[in-house]
Write a protein that binds this ligand. Structure first.
Ligand SMILES: Nc1ncnc2c1ncn2[C@@H]1O[C@H](COP(=O)(O)OP(=O)(O)O)[C@@H](O)[C@H]1O
Ligand SMILES: Nc1ccn([C@H]2C[C@H](O)[C@@H](COP(=O)(O)OP(=O)(O)O)O2)c(=O)n1
Ligand SMILES: [Mg+2]
Length: 239
């Protein structure tokens, strides 16, 4: 696990004082003091640390983000971190923020960025995998900036599942996962929030040349046919 944390340091700017940056520096020093000596003694060449590869997965509610993430994991071996799932886990565990998160989700609003970013950060630090699919995040400019400030990294790829509103409504109402937000009233609110707060994030990444827009209409396999080449193109870089 420490190797994974240490590897994030290569993506973090030197001026960044985030927890990850500090941990990475400490662990790099620790590594050179301990394993380095042990490996030298054994005559083993220590492999270079892997650089984290981060994909943000965006799209409106019901656009098929989670469904496609399952296929990306199966094919390309990413670690899937769904912001919504992490928040629902907080509600289920009766954590201090649980009631606030539940009310926010019922209202179709966005949970304060610090809460969500901390949950993502914890999972990234615990992960042995350096390839991350961060699903349903960032949903606002505030989310995006908080991630950059707290984690200190930018995504390599941003996928955007582009889906007409009425199709999203239909899918969410048929989702059948017992979610408190899968009702017509909340979905209508969520669509407004998506347009007002998430589209600016999507435009931001489009301007930075990181956005891959996927037509989210079609069968799950047809959509994955568009997703597949995006990751194929990065395979050499991802490792
Ligand atoms: N291409 C598709 N065509 C029809 N239904 C789909 C498709 N992709 C996903 N679904 C279904 O739509 C619902 C929402 O999909 P999901 O992956 O949960 O979307 P999101 O994570 O973007 O909200 C689920 O019930 C899922 O099975
Ligand atoms: N970055 C995020 C992601 C989700 N949330 C909250 C608000 C969202 O309406 C709910 C559900 O998110 P989730 O990604 O699971 O929803 P969909 O899969 O798009 O239907 O969680 C949040 O506040 N901030
Ligand atoms: Mg989802």
């Amino acid at each position: 696990m420490w190797r994974r944390v240490a590897s994030l340091s290569s993506f973090i700017s030197s001026s960044n004082s985030s927890f990850l940056a500090q941990a990475a520096c400490r662990l790099n020093i620790w590594e050179s003091l301990t394993t380095g000596i042990a490996q030298q003694a054994k005559g083993v060449i220590v492999p270079k640390e892997k650089t984290p590869f981060i994909t943000f997965v965006l799209g409106g509610p019901g656009s098929g983000k989670g469904t496609q993430c399952i296929k990306i994991v199966e094919t390309f071996g990413f670690r899937h971190l769904s912001a919504g799932d992490l928040l629902r886990r907080e509600i289920a565990s009766n954590s201090a923020d649980g009631a606030m998160i539940l009310n926010t989700i019922k209202e179709g609003k966005i949970v304060p960025s610090e809460v969500t970013v901390k949950l993502i950060q914890k999972e990234m630090e615990l992960s042995e995998n350096h390839k991350f699919l961060i699903d349903g995040f960032p949903r606002t400019e505030e989310n995006r900036i908080a991630f950059e400030q707290i984690i200190g990294v930018e995504p390599n790829v941003v996928l955007f599942f582009d889906c007409p509103e009425e199709e999203m409504v239909k899918r969410v109402l048929n989702r059948n996962q017992g979610r408190v937000d899968d009702n017509l009233e909340t979905i209508r609110k969520r669509l407004k929030v998506f347009e007002a707060l998430n589209l600016p994030v999507i435009n931001y990444y489009s301007q930075r040349g990181k956005l891959y827009k996927i037509n989210a209409i079609g069968t799950v396999d047809e959509i994955f046919e568009q997703v597949h080449p995006v990751f194929r193109a990065f395979e050499q870089v991802v490792g």
